[in-house]
Write a protein that binds this ligand. Structure first.
Ligand code: 4NP
Length: 153
C-alpha cells in the first residue's frame, strides 16, 4: 500500500482536487487496494472546512466523487506516514522541505509529472478563479504520476 498526500497552501482548492481526481483514476484502474490518498495544507488556515465551491463544482461537473472531505493541516506524522508528498507550487514544496523531517526524497512538485504543459507550478485558483485550468493541469499530472507508479507496483 502506497500512501500519497497532495499538498497545497489552504487545502481547500488544489490539493483536494488532486486528491479526488487521483482517487477517481485509481478506482477506474481497479487499484484501490494498492493506494491510500489524502491531502493537506501548509497553512492550516481552513482546518475543518469543506472544499472550495469552485473545486466542488468542477468535480461534480465531471461526475467525480467529492464526499467526506475536511480540510486539514500537514503534520510531521502525516509526512512520516506518506510515501509521496506531492506539492502544487514552489512555495508549498519549499515549505515542506524546510519545515518537516525526512521528506527530501519523497517530496515532489506535481508539475514534474506534466512538464510539457509549460507551467512551472499549478496557479492558485483562490486568486485566479480559474478552476478549469487547475483541473487540466492536475488531471494530466495525476494520470502521468499514476502511470509511473503502475510501472513500480
Ligand atoms: P489552495 O488555495 O492552496 O489551492 O487551497 C488557497 C486557499 C486559501 C487561501 C490561499 C490559497 N487563503 O489565503 O486563504
Amino acid at each position: 500500500m502506497k500512501k500519497i498526500t497532495f499538498v497545497c497552501l489552504g487545502n481547500i482548492c488544489r490539493s483536494p482536487m488532486a486528491e479526488f481526481v487521483m482517487k477517481d483514476l485509481i478506482k477506474k484502474a481497479n487499484l484501490e487496494e494498492k493506494f491510500s490518498i489524502t491531502s493537506a495544507g501548509t497553512s492550516g488556515e481552513h482546518d475543518g472546512e469543506g472544499m472550495h465551491r469552485g473545486t466542488k463544482n468542477k468535480l461534480v461537473s465531471l461526475n467525480i466523487e467529492h464526499q467526506n472531505f475536511t480540510s486539514k493541516r500537514l503534520t510531521q506524522k502525516l509526512c512520516d506516514e506518506s510515501d509521496f508528498l506531492i506539492t502544487m507550487d514552489n512555495s508549498n514544496f519549499n515549505h515542506v522541505i524546510k519545515n518537516f523531517q525526512g521528506v527530501k526524497n519523497k517530496t515532489f512538485k506535481i508539475i514534474d509529472f506534466a512538464k510539457n504543459l509549460g507551467y512551472d507550478e499549478v496557479p492558485d485558483p483562490w486568486y485566479s478563479g480559474n478552476f478549469d485550468e487547475t483541473y487540466e493541469i492536475i488531471s494530466k499530472a495525476c494520470k502521468n504520476f499514476l502511470q509511473s507508479l503502475e510501472d513500480e507496483i
